[in-house]
Design a protein around this ligand. Structure first.
Ligand SMILES: Cc1ncc(COP(=O)(O)O)c(C=O)c1O
Length: 358
């Protein structure tokens, strides 16, 4: 993207916009576009698309589950899972900052008719003790708690990686209590890259997981649900009901296959770039952050006395795009379209624009 001429100081004209708004802003590379163009396709609603079928089988093997289902988005993946796990009038426990409640348009209540109990956690990780303490009594008066959802890595907790031993411990508790356990694994790839824990182990404690290809992996579209065969059979029906039955979806699946082959192994670079940014930003007086909390590709920065909208606007003047995050923070996300040099350049531009504004 080039910056619109009217919006920028003359020195920036023609310079690359550095887009840190999200890891979803990446564009398919020429190689990925070629893979899309060459994809063999069929009608996936008839389960006839060979590329989708091959991708689903590959994902099931990669994650060590019985089956996988390709879905258009992470939101649809999560919301289908919540619906399949619950009955209307039941309750889900999750972290107060989780994506499934904060950014999915009230999906749990709209689609599944479930109540949510939002718990305050340390960096996104619910504990067995919290779940036990918040379980509703089996009484005439109470909604019944049936589902626990966690998110790994955790977006609003700054890309935090859930401690794997805690994920396992919570899984034991959920299953002892007869609760289902869902993972929003939109960025499970980053958790894997940061922790070194194999993908299959990361999702083994869960009854279902949804993972996204359109974030750090750089595919243009697509997510998947990973679960048992019977869960996936029900999820397939729900996908149709959600309007997510796609026809020649092999075009999208081919991009995902390409992303798995070429972009999974490079995620550490995004993490290094995020740390580079965090270190640089922590030296600028407008910002407050502890760079040691940056574990993956998300950097959340407190903006002190300034409003996030003002800071976002100032940075945009320097051709650096970021998003406001709550009432006192901004968020920057690194991804495959931003190199280490781009991050250094962003830090230089930010320092210049802030010194002019000081
Ligand atoms: C943690 C998390 N879960 C789920 C989603 C939803 O993905 P999608 O935008 O594909 O619906 C996102 C999107 O950013 C996310 O960050």
């Amino acid at each position: 993207m080039r910056i619109a001429a009217a919006a920028i100081p003359p020195i920036l004209l023609g310079m690359k916009t550095l887009d840190f708004r999200s890891d979803t802003v990446t564009r398919p590379s020429p190689g990925m576009r070629q893979a899309i163009a060459q994809a063999e396709v069929g009608d996936d609603v008839f389960s006839d698309d060979p590329t989708v079928n091959r991708l689903e089988e590959r994902l099931a093997n990669l994650f060590g589950v019985e089956a996988a289902l390709f879905v258009p988005s992470g939101t649809m993946g999560n919301q289908i899972c919540i619906k399949v796990h619950t009955q209307p009038g039941e309750e889900m426990l999750c972290d107060r900052e989780c994506h499934v409640v904060n950014y999915e348009v009230g999906g749990p209540v709209q689609h599944a008719g479930v109540m949510v109990n939002l718990l305050t956690t340390e960096r996104g990780m619910l504990t067995p003790e919290m779940v036990t303490a918040n379980l509703r009594p089996k009484s005439l008066h109470s909604v019944q708690t049936t589902l626990v959802t966690v998110e790994n890595t955790h977006n609003r907790h700054g890309g935090a990686v859930l401690p794997h031993s805690e994920v396992i411990r919570l899984g034991h508790t959920c299953h002892e209590l007869g609760l289902r356990y869902h993972l929003d694994g939109a960025r499970i790839w980053n958790a894997h890259a940061a922790s070194g824990v194999p993908l299959a182990e990361l999702i083994a404690p869960f009854d279902s997981a949804s993972v996204c290809f359109s974030k750090g992996l750089g595919a243009p579209v697509g997510s998947a649900i990973l679960a048992s065969r019977s869960f996936i059979d029900t999820a397939r029906r729900e996908r149709k009901l959600f309007g997510g039955g796609l026809r020649q979806a092999g075009l999208l699946a081919a991009a995902v296959e390409y992303a798995l082959e070429h972009n999974l192994s490079r995620l550490q670079q995004d993490h290094e770039n995020a740390r580079r940014l965090a270190n640089g930003l922590s030296n600028l007086s407008w910002f407050e952050l502890d760079p040691t909390t940056v574990e993956t590709n998300i950097v959340i920065v407190r903006v002190g006395q300034r409003s996030p909208t003002e800071v976002v606007a100032r940075l945009a003047e320097a051709g650096v795009l970021v998003v406001p995050f709550g009432t006192d923070k901004i968020r920057l996300v690194t991804h495959l379209d931003l190199s280490a040099a781009d991050c250094e350049e962003a830090l230089k531009r930010i320092a210049t624009v802030l010194s002019r504004a000081a």
